[in-house]
Design a protein around this ligand. Sequence first.
Ligand code: BGC
Length: 751
Amino acid sequence: MRNIHDIANSLTLAEKASLCSGGTFWDTTAIPSKGVPSIMMTDGPHGLRKQAGGADHLGLNDAVQATCFPTAAAIACSWDPELMRRIGAAIGEECQAENVGVILGPGANIKRSPLCGRNFEYFSEDPYLTGQMAAAHIAGVQSQGIGASLKHFAVNNQETRRMTINAEVDERTLREIYLAGFETAVKASKPWTVMCAYNQVNGEFCAQNKRLLTSILRDEWGFDGVVVSDWFATRERDDCLKAGLDLEMPTSVGVGAAKIIEQVNNGSLSINMLDKAVERILTIVFKAVDAHKQNAAYDKDAHHALACETASESIVLLKNDNNILPINNSASVAVVGAFAKSPRYQGAGSSRINASRVSIPYDEIINAASGANVTYCEGYSLDGKGDAAQMISEAVSAAKSAHVCIIFAGLPDSDDSEGKDREHVRLPDDQNALIDAVITAQPRTIVVLMNGSAVELPWADKSAGILEAYLAGQASGKAIADILFGAVNPSGKLAETFPVKLNDTPCYLNFPGDASRVEYREGIFVGYRYYDTAGIKPRFPFGFGLSYTMFEYSDITLSANEILDTDSLTVSVKVKNIGSVAGKEIVQLYVNDAESSVLRPCKELKGFVKLTLQPGETGKATFILNKRSFAFYDKALKDWRVETGLFNILIGASSEDIRLSAPVQVNTTTSVKKCFTLDSTLYDIRNEPAAAPLLQSLFSSAQGETMLGMDADAVMLSIKVRSLAALSMTPISERSVTIEQLAAMVEEMNK
Ligand code: BGC
């Protein structure tokens, strides 16, 4: 049995230091004389990108072929962690076949703004959904003896100045929105590695942010794996190591190691700290080596089929007026749009996969339309060449002469890209013009969208059908055709809000910040938490998606009407398929805090269940809630806290479409230390039993009167306790009170 501790002990200082940086661009350092091999760590997240020849960060050398699964933005719309786990396992198998030890993903950053260029690599605007999907991804990958790397930790929500920007975020927002998904994934699935982000959080680079990398990640959440830098994110190697960053990637050709050696030798860096990092690195290196399966291979067809199944579960039907979909396969079809033949199915950057094959929507439509007449027009050009007006007019006449028209539209590749944010959320102007002209001429038009993040859809009200395919991987062409022609009933629901316009988005005025910092002024009001609470109607809400059937919700049942916050609460509802085809429904549970002393969003997602139901079948969705389902992060307490009071359990088909609700009284078990002072206001102390006798005896007759036309109650409530001494000498008071008596009252209240 190998003893990691003994191996670490056998290493010289120089060897230990060398192990803490990559040996090459993608490999850890090997120390053959001591029997320490290297492992390969490479991208991720929605498939394997292993560069075949010499490594270069720009990806100029082609990667080996791999299955390009749907991107995180797409898979999240399946709301199916089990499917995500299967994808993770399939990616793990491909890593085994390619002898990769750690795959760099999943990304659990929150979609703060639809402008973020890397949104396609992230799951959602909601931390609960993000956490469930990230945990499942990790569990799947690691089930194959391959390590996952949860990234980019943390608060990495934009590409503009991604290497340097300082994200300024308050503690409650940090915990409730930006860390919660990471927390779930770390606690539930124990990733082998966590990758620190490039940016700064509240004035400290993530790579040397001890609070994030050690206090929160290790001490609070119990992470015992390796913290790896994002590529080139390391700063001074010793400072990073002290903060909790074990492994610098890629190689720094000796610079990092030299710094560590120097600092250990001069006593500034403890050898213990270095030893801990070394042992953690050795642990995952040997874990990967031991789990490696010689001559592993995977079934390419099966993985392509899994990519197709996932895409079918993820595509979201946004509009279906007059049941324009599914298309009757004897109808003549005009296919319009260059993406029908050159589909977008992944984004640009380090996640780009050399797909083993790609299913082409146009070809799949021809198959699905089984003999019906299918025509094609380019509609717009992908390279900026060609006469836009001419292409539009050809498309209009093709659409008019067919029974139904399908337009493929979406964002250009460069708009879903690592390293660059979008400046607006519009589709290209020529595509909007095309769609507008075609849907005016042919009302039976369906628009299929291929994009990595939310877009404005100015023509949405006029179009009969909209299918959001996101960037759904190499098999998306087949999945789209299956849905268009009814072989598959769509069941995806949006994992992010589609705003009417960019100006409606919560951080519109604070994204991407200035030359050095970005203030997260919208706080916890991200995504639907903002739209809902501020009453801003989005184009399509979070959690929304249609089906070819309909579902009826009934019988909400709670296991108790009153609980302690340490109890769990079981909620169940019945859902019936009342249409004529089989379908899947994603049932969502939101919690509303009806009586809160702190500002809270009007609802927060705390559970979801995906049911498969035959026509006429009734299923049951069951949810188990716990303390975190009701809690907010209390900065003063440095912990999660539930306030005693009434909560509403909301069951919805989307965040906007709440079908059932039931109240529950939750009683807190946390006693919060009171800290009233003489400067507390009468409003602050109004419900304090220890204050009641004095307050009543002072002002019984002032109740309800007006003062200079003001509301007397409101005026009185704003007064500080200490002012009562002077006020009690005036005619409005029934008796006098001294400052000493007030101080005694404050002391009594604080007991
Ligand atoms: C990206 C990471 C990626 C790494 C290695 C970085 O630029 O931010 O997500 O895993 O490169 O390619």
